[in-house]
Write a protein that binds this ligand. Sequence first.
Ligand SMILES: [Zn+2]
Length: 410
Amino acid sequence: MRTAADIRRANAFDVIRSLHAAGVAGRRQLAEWTGLSVQTVATICGELLETGLVSEVSRAKAATGRPTAQLALNPEHGRLLGIDLAETYVHVETRTSALELISSTELEIDLHRHSPRQIVARVREAIEAETATDDLRPFLGVGVSAPGQVDRAGGVSVFAPNWNWRNIPLLEMLRGAVNAPLYLDNPLKALVLAELWAHPELGSQDFVVVNLGTGVGIGVALEGRLLRGCTNSAGEWGHTVVVAGGRQCRCGSRGCIETYVGAQGILQTLREVSPESTLLRGDDQAATIRALRDACAAGDEVAVETLERTAYYLGIGLAGIVNMLNPEVVILSSWVARDLGEHLLERALPHMAAHALTTPLLAASFRVDTSADDSVSMGAAAFALEGYLHSLSNATTVDSVPTLRTGTSL
Ligand SMILES: [Zn+2]
């Protein structure tokens, strides 16, 4: 059940996300955008100004002639690390406390070297590259996104099927790599946060982010609130069966959608369409997916057939999401979507129309996240920032409502 403190915290995140998206804004604008009262926004801003995370940048002349304070997130308050640990790479970004990108490091992960010790060594290497700078701003938090199911509170990777990891104490193994609190979650949750920070208007909507990478899954937000489920595994759509008795999945089941629309599934389809295809780049999933993208754009028959077959399963899977959740917006995200999303979405539409109920399908809009940014890292940095704010509110005034200082203009 949501407590009063949860609601206050959610309101504070709405205000900060709007401020982040706008760059600079006054309290009245923030109240308009978030739908909160001016008084509530003023209270939240007062608290944030005291933490140093928000600063007053200027005063603008309002219609009444009275100058109003313009606020912005303060990038000098500190730094955040966002870590996207995926099956084939680790991408680490350093961002300011205003979530502006400072730098990033990406290292490949060998599919055959996936013991916890080997992967953690790779992550530490990437963190070292990011932290060896003269920047004196302290690290406020580190967000780690790891594939599969995770136990956030314990910092444990509960089950990562592509690495066959079970109950690996990931955060414990990363301890000391950087002097800041670590926060663990998975890419599905990180993608929802990344969308909420980039598009705060989604904060009141029902939306779904479909993660298309080596693994697949969905992040779900209902009225802008992230759906976790009772064991934080909501959104494991990748293990929804679309073909009874179909391809063997690493989760132990058969015919899961991940085995058809995940990167390895697409490679398998390509091998079925043309076993000797020159588009195949051995085990290199990213290179094969890029080759498919380019060949499809050039009208190559093998590539087109591979994408047609993939889009068939994707369309059925998306129809299930539409029927079950009735979302307003569905966003295809992550690296496979960046390369193949437009090709796949266009071909999936007729299959969606054949399998989804008409009313929810017509109400849903679909798009591909084509931003060059690593959205999972951005989301991971955002949960580090939210974790930092959470720790501040726990340490100080979570249940008290600070009074507005006199002289603060709205
Ligand atoms: Zn499965």
